[in-house]
Design a binder for this molecule. Structure first.
Ligand code: GAR
Length: 209
């Protein structure tokens, strides 16, 4: 991250990190007027940590503790501390597979965003692309939203539709949703970094396009 960027992004992920890469590349290209200050993962072997390190971005594994779907108190405190020490302005979840709870949400209130692989409020939770196929919808897509105390339930910042094709498998559909995510997430993060997003209750207004 170069010193010219005053807006600092912290990223949490558990997987391959393709959305992190899309955001990091948009920062490097200047499309997002910000820099990625830190990447954290709850999985020591997560590819996202390698993708960050090969870009020279600080990357850390935080042991999640005893729970399966959330961070325990110590892990949550450790995440808050390192994100604060890195002086992040925005926390972007990019394939982070644990639910964040009270203390974390309070520490970064209104400054946590997530990408989800469906057009919310349809298909929250796991394997949203499979849920969409099983339901038989003709369109699904992806959503970037602010994170609140619910699961995939916060105010929606942006959405991008993806058609479901007759011969789609879970893999082909997820691949196309992933491509849409790589366009949508950097656009939304850029608007936030420029100060172009205003939240009014559940509605998010783009002051610019
Ligand atoms: C993305 O499809 C993201 O929407 C999804 O995990 C994938 C991460 O891919 N997130 C969720 O399902 C969160 N509930 P990536 O590691 O290549 O960015």
């Amino acid at each position: 991250m170069t010193s010219e960027h005053s807006f600092r992004i912290g990223i949490l992920g558990s997987g391959k990190g393709s959305n992190f890469v899309a955001i990091a590349e948009a920062c490097a290209a200047g499309t997002i007027p910000a820099g990625v200050a830190l990447v954290l993962s709850d999985l020591a072997e997560a590819e996202i940590l390698d993708r960050a390190r090969e870009r020279g971005i600080p990357a850390r594994f935080i042991a999640p503790g005893k729970f399966r779907t959330k961070l325990d108190e110590d892990a949550e405190r450790a995440c808050i501390d390192v994100l604060r020490a890195a002086r992040v302005d925005l926390v972007a979840l990019a394939g982070f597979m644990r639910v964040l709870k009270g203390d974390f949400l309070r520490a970064f209130e209104g400054r946590i965003v997530n990408i989800h692989p469906s057009l919310l409020p349809s298909f929250p939770g796991l394997e949203a692309w499979k849920q969409a196929l099983d339901h038989g919808v003709r369109f699904t897509g992806c959503t970037v939203h602010f994170v609140d105390a619910g699961v995939d339930s916060g105010p929606i910042i942006g959405q991008q539709p993806v058609p479901v094709l007759d011969d789609d498998t879970p893999e082909t559909l997820h691949r196309r949703i992933h491509s849409a995510e790589h366009e949508l997430y950097p656009k939304c993060v850029a608007a936030i970094a420029r100060g172009g997003i205003v939240v009014a209750g559940r509605r998010v207004v783009w002051k610019e396009n």
